[in-house]
Design a protein around this ligand. Structure first.
Ligand code: NAP
Length: 258
């Protein structure tokens, strides 16, 4: 049986789940690619590589040099550049591409969400009066909040952000999800949070803060997802596995000349 080489662009729960599902599956030879953003990533159960490819051209070269048969883009819904590069490189190299993108969160009764298109708009939505703000947007996009130094920020991220990127009144909490609703409520109360800023990442690992905000009637400034290339997309690792299995079977049939 010929094994299909798969490159998984990771950094998400879904990519890790797919890696676990593929570990030991004789039909495939998977490699997980991580950007290298977190200092201590969880060690995957399949071979992995860390670091950028060097743009579209670098990724095309990698796909060709490593004889990759199938590409799975399981990056975060906000990793727009990597997704654009993946779509372009897959097209050039002629490698079938599947995106795994978890559904966005949707407001339910009792939520008070203020949707905004990006971080600059999120800063504007905080308003002029000083507020106590819970920022859960990762460590890369804090700089725009320096333009609103009147607010007190409680910032939660996996690794501590670069000091240069911080607004003056910033308190850092380093933590990795999943988070429980009771703990999120306690945190919001203890820190006397007036408003939350978050990206619409979707998924269960970090959604407890939304339920906690609902219970405590705290408004949420919700940053919308960036647009993504028009590529075949599934929502879960299980659906991606089914896609891989289908392509594996189709390749076996075409090799037998059926
Ligand atoms: P990005 O802005 O779309 O990507 C920037 C550059 O980082 C890419 O052009 C690529 O460099 C490199 N890169 C990104 N993902 C990669 C991967 N899986 N393997 C190898 N190189 C990768 O992405 P980002 O927002 O910085 O996200 C980086 C990683 O963190 C992704 O794996 C993503 O899934 C994860 N993550 C992101 C967020 C978020 O909110 N953005 C949240 C949680 C996790 P080259 O051009 O040199 O190839």
């Amino acid at each position: 049986m010929q094994r299909l080489k798969i490159l998984i662009l990771g950094g998400t729960t879904e990519a890790s789940a797919l890696a676990r599902a593929l570990a030991g599956d004789a039909r495939f030879e998977p490699v997980l690619s991580l950007a290298g953003r977190t200092k201590a990533p969880m060690t995957p159960p399949i071979p992995f590589r860390i670091g950028g490819f060097g743009g579209v051209e670098g990724l095309v070269q990698y796909l060709k040099a490593e004889h990759v048969d199938l590409l799975v883009d399981a990056t975060h819904p906000f990793a727009a550049q990597m997704s654009r590069h993946a779509a372009e490189a897959a097209r050039i190299a002629g490698v079938p591409l599947l995106v795994i993108c978890r559904p966005a969160w949707r407001p339910v009764e009792g939520d008070h969400w203020i949707p905004v298109p990006d971080m600059v708009a999120a800063v504007a939505a905080l308003g002029a009066a000083p507020r106590r703000v819970f920022l859960t947007i990762g460590q890369k996009e804090l700089a725009p909040f320096r333009a609103a130094p009147q607010h007190h920020y409680v910032i939660r991220s996996v690794d501590a952000p670069e000091p240069d990127s911080l607004p003056p009144k910033a308190e850092i909490i380093t933590a990795r999800g999943p988070f429980a609703e009771a703990d999120e409520r306690r945190l919001l109360s203890e820190k006397r949070i007036d408003v939350i800023v978050t990206k619409n990442s979707g998924g269960t690992a970090t959604e407890a803060k939304l339920a906690a905000a609902r219970a405590l009637r705290i408004p949420v400034i919700m940053v919308d997802r960036p647009s993504r290339p028009d590529v075949e997309t599934v929502e879960t690792a299980e659906a991606a596995l089914a896609w891989l299995a289908r392509l594996h079977d189709a390749a076996a049939v075409s090799r037998r000349g059926v």
